[in-house]
Design a protein around this ligand. Structure first.
Ligand code: OVM
Length: 399
């Protein structure tokens, strides 16, 4: 343990201010220059803006706990709005058990079994949009595609699928401070939460699906019968809004970098790498929290017990000590090692599903479309947990 304890550095940066949320990158650069760990005075939390310290925190689940909450809410001090996730908001040994089940369900072999179906659905959807010529790339593509494949893979039927979007929005808004956006969503909580609970039951899930496989793990004793519906809930929480946001931001960033789109259109096999580069460049899940179970330190700065620490993934992904030309979108760069999915024991367990979905959409589009032109302004969603667009009007020029 370091003997020297440095003073903390204060910053008035507010990650939840709607004005900084649209373009946080200049502020992130100032934070990285200011120090390895900063005190954000307004929300009263710590923030880690550089790559090395984000990785160090991710590697240390003893000093930086998830059981204290992965959002700004402090589960060590206050009761959270929903029963905590038994994978995201849990530490070992509980996390080790539940993670193993989800990692197996979303294994590379499982992805190969879904690939043809995802690609066929994307091809049909994109054929229709290219025939139309003009469309909203968020409402008609980024939102439609995941909804057309993910609930099927999860194993739920058609009735009420729109509740998945509201629930995902609630979960991610719930990672930020309690604001009007969150309160408005929560007004719909009674119906939405009842629907979510119903869809997490064994009888709601089709045979062989991701959800049914969670119950198989309960039958073999890997998890308890009580844990099964809660673990299915993680698919509903984390499986849809994330991919919608990520695919939307990928389309946006590729469209506003026409030379990058041209490279992709010339070689659609770059689709997966292009998705990862857009995640590095403009992460749709820009941050995640940890909580200190006891006093500790980061880079020589003392952090007290039960403090919230904001890991600025989107900033770490622009760290000039880690990336060459960090502020340039370059789909041909070696992008592996970006932090948009986190890393370590809590690194996104569904990232292969996300990549499969995004690759299906981007390769279908890149195969057919020479260029994408904006026909109006984009609009950002007002979520404090996810960085996402709500609208992106475009015209596509077929090859
Ligand atoms: C969960 C959950 C919810 C939101 C995000 C997430 C990024 C997990 O309920 O397990 O992972």
């Amino acid at each position: 343990m370091a003997a020297i304890v440095l003073d903390d550095v204060n910053s008035d940066f507010d990650p939840f201010d709607a004005r900084t949320r649209i373009d946080p990158y200049p502020a992130y650069a100032r934070l990285r220059a200011a120090g390895p760990v900063l005190r954000l005075t307004k929300p009263g939390i710590w923030a880690v803006p550089r790559c090395d310290e984000v990785k160090a925190v991710f590697a240390d689940h003893v000093n930086f706990s998830n059981a204290g909450g992965a959002g700004i809410a402090n589960h060590f001090k206050n009761k959270p709005w929903r029963q905590p996730s038994i994978i995201l908001e849990a530490d070992p040994p509980l996390h080790t058990r539940t993670r193993k089940v989800l990692a197996r369900i979303m294994s590379p072999g499982a992805m190969r079994r879904l690939e043809d179906q995802f690609k066929a659905k994307a091809a049909t959807l994109v054929d229709g949009l290219v025939a139309k010529g003009s469309f909203d790339a968020i409402r008609e593509l980024a939102e439609v595609f995941p909804l057309s494949v993910f609930p099927d893979a999860l194993g739920i039927d058609f009735d009420g699928r729109e509740n998945l979007l509201t629930y995902g929005a609630m979960v991610f808004a719930g990672f930020g401070p309690e604001n009007d956006y969150f309160r408005n969503l929560m007004a719909r909580a009674p119906t939405v939460l009842q629907w979510v609970t119903a869809k997490c039951q064994r009888e709601a899930l089709s045979p062989g699906s991701f959800g049914a496989q969670v119950y198989e793990a309960a039958d073999t004793g890997e998890i308890t019968q009580d844990e099964a519906p809660l673990l299915v809930r993680s698919f509903l929480s984390a499986g849809l809004d994330t991919t919608i946001s990520g695919i939307g931001m990928a389309l946006y960033n590729l469209a506003r970098h026409p030379r990058q789109w041209a490279i992709l259109a010339a070689d659609p096999s770059l689709s997966r790498a292009a998705f990862d580069e857009t995640l590095r460049f403009d992460s749709s899940a820009p941050y995640v929290f940890r909580t200190t179970p006891h006093e500790t330190e980061i880079a020589g700065v003392r952090i007290g017990q039960h403090e919230k620490i904001l890991l600025l993934l989107a900033s770490a992904n622009r760290d000039e000590t880690r990336w060459e030309r960090p502020d340039e979108l370059d789909i041909t760069r070696r992008v592996s090692g970006h932090l948009a999915f986190g890393t370590g024991i809590h690194g996104c367990v569904g990232q292969m599903v996300a990549r499969l979905e995004a690759e299906a959409v981007l390769s279908a589009l890149a195969t057919r479309v020479a260029s994408i032109e904006f026909t109006g302004d984009v609009a950002y969603r007002d979520s404090s947990g996810l960085r996402a667009l709500s609208s992106m009007p475009v015209r596509v020029v077929p090859k």
